[in-house]
Design a protein around this ligand. Structure first.
Ligand SMILES: [Zn+2]
Length: 271
C-alpha cells in the first residue's frame, strides 16, 4: 500500500458512515470481504513457498479419505481396522475377512456389484484411509556405528556398506548394511537394521487437530502464583513464567507451546 494513501477498506468504512442504503453497502462489503480473503490466501500461499520444509498440510487430520467412500467400503474398512488394532488379528486373516465381506456385499441386491468390488483386499488400505499410523521417516541403520541412511524400499539406492567415519581421518566403518533373506519363497536383500523416526511436525499437527485441543491450549492460568504457593500448572513455574521470547516480552501465554527433551546422555564415539 502506498504511503499516506487510505486503503480501500478505509474508504468503504467512510462510505458506510454516510448512511448509504443497504443495497449499496452490502455489495461493497462483499467485494471487500472477497478481496481480504484473496489477500489472505495469497499470503498463506507465499509462506508455503518460502517455508516449504516447515509447512505441514493438516487436511488429513480433519477430513478422512474414508468419508468419500461408499458406505459399504466404510463399514468394511472400519471393521478391518478395529480387528487389526484392537484384537490384533493377523494381516493374513484380515485379507480373508475382506474377501468374504466383498463377496457377501456383492451378493446382496441392495449393494451394486461394482461398489462391492471397490473394497480393497489389502488391510493396509483400510489403515491408510483412516490415517491411524504416524508419519514416519525410515532409515537404514548401521549395526556397528549406527550411522543412518535414507531408506526407500522402492528405490534401494543406498550403499551396500556403511561409509560412516568415527572421525574425518578415520577409515570408513564398512559394516554390511544389507543381508539376504527369503521372502515369499524368493531370495531378497533387506536392510540389516531399520530406524524409524516419527516426523515431529506431523506429530504436532495430529495433536493440534484433535477435538477440544483449542480449549485446552487457551486454558492458560491467567494469574501467576507467589513464590511460596504450591504450583498447580507447569506454566506457573519460575523458569517458564520468566522465559522471554525473541522480542524480549514474556513468552508464556495462551496458545504458546513448550517442549522438553530428556535424554540419558550423548556418546560421541557411539561406544
Ligand atoms: Zn557404520
Amino acid at each position: 500500500m502506498a504511503k499516506n494513501r487510505p486503503s480501500s477498506v478505509a474508504r468503504c468504512w467512510t462510505d458506510l458512515l454516510t448512511f448509504y442504503p443497504c443495497c449499496v453497502i452490502v455489495p461493497q462489503l462483499c467485494s471487500q470481504w472477497d478481496r481480504l480473503n484473496h489477500d489472505k490466501e495469497l499470503h498463506w500461499s507465499n509462506q508455503r513457498k518460502m517455508e516449504d520444509k516447515s509447512y505441514v498440510n493438516t487436511d488429513i487430520y480433519f477430513r478422512s479419505l474414508l468419508s468419500r467412500k461408499p458406505v459399504a467400503t466404510q463399514v468394511a474398512y472400519v471393521t478391518t481396522a478395529v480387528m487389526q488394532h484392537f484384537y490384533f488379528v493377523s494381516r493374513r486373516a484380515l485379507r480373508l475377512q475382506l474377501s468374504g465381506l466383498r463377496d457377501l456385499m456383492g451378493g446382496t441386491a441392495t449393494i451394486p456389484t461394482e461398489i462391492a468390488e471397490l473394497i480393497s483386499g489389502d488391510p493396509r488400505t483400510a489403515t491408510s484411509h483412516l490415517h491411524i499410523d504416524p508419519v514416519l521417516r525410515t532409515f537404514i541403520c548401521c549395526t556397528s556405528c549406527h550411522s543412518i541412511y535414507p531408506y526407500n524400499p522402492n528405490e534401494p539406492s543406498n550403499p551396500p556398506r556403511c561409509v560412516g567415519r568415527r572421525a574425518p581421518e578415520s577409515a570408513p566403518c564398512a559394516a554390511q548394511l544389507w543381508k539376504e533373506t527369503i521372502v515369499g519363497g524368493r531370495q531378497r536383500l533387506v536392510p540389516c537394521m531399520l530406524y524409524q523416526h516419527q516426523d515431529f511436525k506431523h506429530w504436532l499437527a495430529r495433536i493440534l487437530a484433535r477435538k477440544g485441543i483449542d480449549d485446552l491450549l487457551d486454558s492458560y492460568p491467567s494469574e501467576l502464583c507467589s513464590e511460596h504457593q504450591p504450583i498447580s500448572d507447569i506454566w506457573l513455574a519460575n523458569i517458564l513464567s520468566q522465559l522471554k521470547g525473541h522480542d524480549g516480552n514474556p513468552f508464556s501465554g495462551p496458545g504458546r507451546l513448550v517442549f522438553g527433551l530428556s535424554v540419558d546422555s550423548f556418546e560421541p564415539n557411539a561406544s
